[in-house]
Each structure stands twice: as C-alpha cells, then as structure tokens.
Design a binder for this molecule. Structure first.
Ligand code: FAD
Length: 450
C-alpha cells in the first residue's frame, strides 16, 4: 500500500484547505484525503433541487477582506472565487423592517424597541465594552442574560436580544458569552481594541462580508482546482474507522478493509467523535472525556423557490422570534447570483435553530413563522426544500471547550471549526487551518519528507 506524506480525514472546507496547503508546502507533498460521504464539501456544499442551486444552509462569509480565508486564498489558490458584498442586515420585528442598529446613533433611532429599553441597551453596551477592555477576566463565563437580567427589559426587547444571540452563536442569550457580542477573539493589543471601539460607536458593522457567485460550493471547487497535479488523492465513500497507532505515534488509518499509511494524520471530522476511532487505552481518558463533552446544536434550513421577489434589498433579514420560535435568518441568495434559480425566481434560505426531538413539528412551526413575517408568501412558493444540519461542530457557548491542534499522539493533529475559538463558520474553519499549519510547521512536519 502506498505511503503518503499526509492523510487528511474529512473533505469539508477545513480538511480540503489543510490538504491544499500541505500539498504545496516545501516543494510539494503527496496527500490522501478520505471522505465518508459520496460527495466532498461537508457543510460547505451546493447542489441542485428542481432547477434551484441550494447551499447546505444559508452562508455569508465574514472577514473576507483581510481574514484567514483571504490569507489562505492568497497563499494557495490558483483560482479564486468571485464574491459579491453582502449588503445590509435588516431586522424584521412587529411587522416592520428596519436596518440593524450598529452604532449608538442607530440605537437611538431604532424605534421598534421602547425608548426606555433603547437607552438602557446603550448603557449596557458601553458598560460591557468598558469591562471587556479594562477587566476582561470578570466577564469570563458571564452570559448575555446574566449581564442584562437586572435591567427589567420588556418582553419584546428580550426577544430581540435572544434572537441576536441565536444569530451570532446559534444558541440562546442564556448560553451566549457576553464577549461574543464584540467578537474580539481575533483582535490583539490595545490599538486594535480602540479601533474596534471607534467602529462600534460610529461605523456600520459587517462591511467585509460576502457571498460567493455560483453558491458556497464554488469555494470548494476553487480549492480542488488549486490542488497541484498528481499530489492529492481523494477517496470518497471511505469512512475512517480506526487510527493506527504504534508506540504513541500515528502510523496511518483504516476504513475496516484497507489500511492507509502516513506518519502525519490530520483529523477534520467532529472532534467529539475522535475517541470512537481510537483504540481503547490509546489515549488518556482525561483527554477523551474532554472531547466527549463538546456540544453542538441543530438547525433547520427551509429553502423557498419563489415566483415573486420577497426580499428586495441587497442584504439579509433577521426575523425576531416569538413564543413558538427563537427567530430566523433569511438570505436571498439570488440577489447575489440570479443564476442560482430559474429565470424571474427568487431563492431564499431561512435558518432556524431547532430541538432534535420533533423535527416534523419544527418544520410546520417554522413555516408558519415565515408566513407570519411575509403574509402572502405561501401562494408564491414553487419549490420547498428542508435541511437538518449542525451549523457549528462546537457551539459558541459560555462553557465552550476547544482542544488544541496537537493531540497527545505524535503525528495526529486536529483541524476544523471545533478547534478554534475565533469567529464562526468558514472563517473559523480557516482560522483553524492557519493555526494548525503553524503548529505543523513548528513541529517540523511541513519540511520533513516521509
Ligand atoms: C445551516 C448552516 C448555516 C451556516 N451558515 C454559515 C454562514 O453564514 N457563514 C459561515 O461562514 N459558515 C456557516 N456555516 C458553517 C460552515 O458551513 C461550517 O462551519 C464549515 O463548513 C465546517 O467545515 P469543517 O470542514 O470544519 O467541517 P465539515 O464540513 O463538517 O467537514 C467534515 C468532513 O469530514 C467528514 N468526516 C467526518 N468523520 C469522518 C471519518 N471518520 N472518515 C471520513 N470522513 C469523515 C464529513 O463527512 C465531512 O465531509 C453554516 C453551516 C450550516 C450547516
């Protein structure tokens, strides 16, 4: 059996980006990617449904201008996807649509929330900002709700705050860390924090966000087109069932029938599932217990193909929740690329957080919620497609555990969204790849040959 310079487990965006970088490092390396599904891309994929190109959930890429994905594209991509700016965020609340209030002035004018609550929210934001700059340790483990509970906000304001918490982290205000509101995980030094503070006070946020023309899968296509000739093999329908370890060092992996050999294995599946493919006793239980305690949440996406344009503006809408639903995010992808739908049609992805207990009733409840926000939409639905998926391998909650890229087994490394604290989604996946490559470089894996 052929021996590879590296084996990557999983062909999602993290695994593919890692394989690309390794394959191009130090004069070129031979990399094998093993993917359990019949397609590559993982949670970052596009496919056709009745003439519409749907993504695996609505996606907008954050920090595109100078974030980690840009860094990887500049360093390793031969073909770079075309991105269209996201536009504005709108909030749909009490039958009205308003621009998202980014700045203090916006808040003052955000009259869908009672004046008293608006004044208090500005006060809370200033106080949290101040604390996160001066005494950040005091905020560790503090949820958004912990921080605001003594302000006696009205029920509708609490709903708004809870919807925003879900939007930012996928979990409720009871579980979202107050730090998340500012997302400074990737900012270093006082200067950058001061800049963030000025942005928060005076500038509209989220201006470096975008959607890729052709759908989210076009990022995957660009990675694959950038693989150097003959350096990267991809085996689909191949689930890694065992990591082969000898003398505390990795030797390869097995799918139950075949063995594949390398002294470097990068695992990009759910880290919480890694213990299942390690032999008993291969690793300390303390470590596997930590991995087992990583949690995630479930999402439902409803894709609607519509005969009429319901979202006219460039940008997406945050639908504030009610007693039956924690809110939703609506992304009209055809506003960025009309070719994702048949002529004159609009394609919108609606994202909800759900419980896994009763998915069928969640579908009915969330559909009703959409109809409440867009009263005549039902009669214009031409295509409806549901997706139940886990949006983040490790939810950004106050008790979040993030394992390091280096494992206790020599030559076995972790990459993927559950191995980085920074940002969310594809940006977080890209951070994890950049960080993992630095660790591999430091450990001498990118320069040494087999
Ligand atoms: C509904 C939804 C909405 C989202 N919205 C956004 C957004 O707006 N912006 C954004 O940036 N991101 C968003 N994301 C998140 C983003 O898609 C993911 O964070 C990212 O794609 C995860 O990439 P990954 O490679 O770390 O993991 P994955 O995509 O999960 O890839 C892991 C791969 O490993 C394979 N695998 C696992 N175990 C094995 C094994 N034992 N053997 C072989 N193969 C294995 C899996 O099949 C999978 O293909 C969203 C995701 C969803 C689902």
């Amino acid at each position: 059996m052929k021996k590879y310079d590296a084996i990557v487990v999983g062909a999602g965006i993290s695994g593919l980006l890692t394989a690309l970088a390794i394959s191009k490092s130090n004069g070129g390396k031979n990399v094998l990617i093993l993917e359990k599904e019949e397609h590559i891309g993982g949670a970052c994929r596009s496919y056709n449904v009745e003439g519409y190109t749907v993504d695996t959930g609505p996606h907008i890429i954050t920090q595109l201008n100078d974030g980690p994905l840009r860094e990887l594209m500049t360093r390793y991509f031969d073909v770079v996807p075309v991105f269209k700016p996201h536009g504005k965020y709108y909030v749909k609340i009490n039958g009205l649509t308003k621009e998202f209030p980014w700045t203090v002035t916006d808040w003052a004018q955000f009259d869908v929330i009672p004046l008293r609550d608006r004044i208090l929210i500005i006060q809370v934001l200033f106080s949290a900002l101040n604390a996160s700059l001066i005494t950040p340790k005091k905020l560790t483990g503090v949820s958004v709700y912990d921080y605001i509970k003594n302000y006696n906000f009205s029920e509708s304001t609490l709903r708004f705050i809870d919807t925003i918490a879900h939007f930012l982290t996928g979990t409720s205000m009871y579980d979202t860390s107050i730090f998340r509101i500012f997302d400074w995980s990737d900012t270093k030094g006082m200067q950058k924090k001061v800049t963030s503070l000025i942005n928060f006070l005076f500038r509209e946020g989220a201006r470096d966000q975008a959607y890729p023309v052709g759908g989210i899968g076009s990022i995957i296509d660009a990675v694959v087109s950038s693989f150097p000739d003959g350096r990267v093999d991809i085996e689909k329908n191949t689930e890694v069932k065992r990591i082969i370890i000898e003398n505390d060092s990795v030797r390869g992996v097995s799918d139950g029938e075949n063995e594949y050999y390398s002294n470097l294995v990068v695992y990009s599946g759910f880290v919480s599932e890694l213990p299942k493919i390690l032999d008993d006793g291969a690793i300390a239980t303390e470590y596997t217990d930590k991995l087992n305690s990583i949690t995630n949440v479930l999402s439902l996406t409803i894709w609607l193909g519509l005969k009429k344009k319901y979202l006219k503006n460039a940008g997406s809408e945050i639908l504030v929740g009610n007693s039956s639903c924690t809110g939703a995010w609506a992304v009209p992808v055809t506003n960025y690329d009309k070719n994702l739908a048949p002529p004159e049609r609009q394609l919108i992805g609606f994202l909800f957080k759900i419980d896994d207990k009763d998915i069928e009733s969640a579908k009915k409840r969330t559909m009703k919620f959409i109809c409440r926000h867009y009263p005549s939409i039902e009669r214009d639905i031409e295509m409806i497609h549901y997706q139940v998926m886990i949006p983040e391998k490790s939810v950004n909650n106050i008790n979040q555990i993030i394992p390091s890229h280096r494992t206790p087994i020599r030559g076995l490394y972790l990459v993927g969204t559950d191995t980085s604290k920074k940002s969310m989604g594809i940006t977080r996946a890209s951070y994890s790849v950049v960080e993992c490559l630095n660790v591999l470089e430091g450990d001498g894996f990118l320069s040494r040959l087999r």
